[in-house]
Design a protein around this ligand. Structure first.
Ligand SMILES: Nc1ncnc2c1ncn2[C@@H]1O[C@H](COP(=O)(O)OP(=O)(O)OP(=O)(O)O)[C@@H](O)[C@H]1O
Ligand SMILES: O=C(O)C1=C[C@@H](O)[C@@H](O)[C@H](O)C1
Ligand SMILES: [Mg+2]
Length: 172
């Protein structure tokens, strides 16, 4: 069955937009980060602190593979780093997988993340000044992987509804 995958940097709106798509399409939405938290009974922050990032990345790949193999159609919101590790981007090339990169500028991401760092272990310890430069470099490094998505939707300056409709247009 079909899998609709949303990917992109932290704060680009994967969870928010996937929830809206789910309501419109009646397809269930599965958030990869949430699935990992449910499976481990730990928050993403706790996993990073107690088990380390490598453990998290292994689990992330395992859960992604399981979700892609699920018998039902799903909307899957990836973690911000998911396509950028362990050749996970290659898993997204399968048949019946439609992948969408929610592309946001550094300024948009900074605005959204600056007030909301604490739940995101990769940026939690950065000062506001460090954060903007970090996002710029990190986004540049990750862009190669994000750009492997089948479709790209630019989200800057768009409302949640507009972004959702842009993706609905790709599904028909
Ligand atoms: N189109 C939009 N316009 C304005 N704000 C938005 C839009 N989409 C999402 N947001 C806001 O941006 C923030 C981040 O969104 P969200 O948590 O959905 O991102 P995410 O990609 O799932 O992040 P993460 O990778 O950390 O899980 C939220 O506060 C959300 O309300
Ligand atoms: O960008 C990342 O590497 C991450 C993003 C989040 O969605 C989580 O998957 C985790 O905090 C790592
Ligand atoms: Mg999310």
């Amino acid at each position: 069955m079909r899998k609709i995958i949303l990917l992109g940097y932290m704060g680009c709106g994967k969870s928010t937009i996937a929830n809206r798509l789910s309501k419109i399409t009646n397809l269930p939405f599965v958030d990869l980060d949430k699935s990992i938290e449910e499976r481990t009974n730990l928050t993403i922050n706790e996993i990073f602190k107690q088990r380390g990032e490598i453990y998290f990345r292994k689990l992330e790949r395992e859960v992604l593979i399981e979700l892609l193999a699920a018998p039902e159609s799903l909307i899957i919101g990836l973690g911000g780093g998911t396509p950028c590790y362990a050749n996970n981007h290659e898993l997204l090339r399968g048949e019946n997988i439609l992948s969408v990169y929610l592309k946001a500028s550094v300024d948009t991401l900074f605005e959204r993340l600056v007030a909301n760092k604490s739940k995101r272990p990769i940026i939690a310890a950065k000062t506001d000044e460090e954060l903007k430069e970090f996002i710029a470099i990190h986004l540049f490094e990750r862009s190669y992987y994000y750009s492997q998505a089948q479709y790209k939707v630019i989200i800057d300056g768009k409302s949640k509804d507009e972004t959702t409709q842009d993706i609905i247009a790709l599904l028909t």
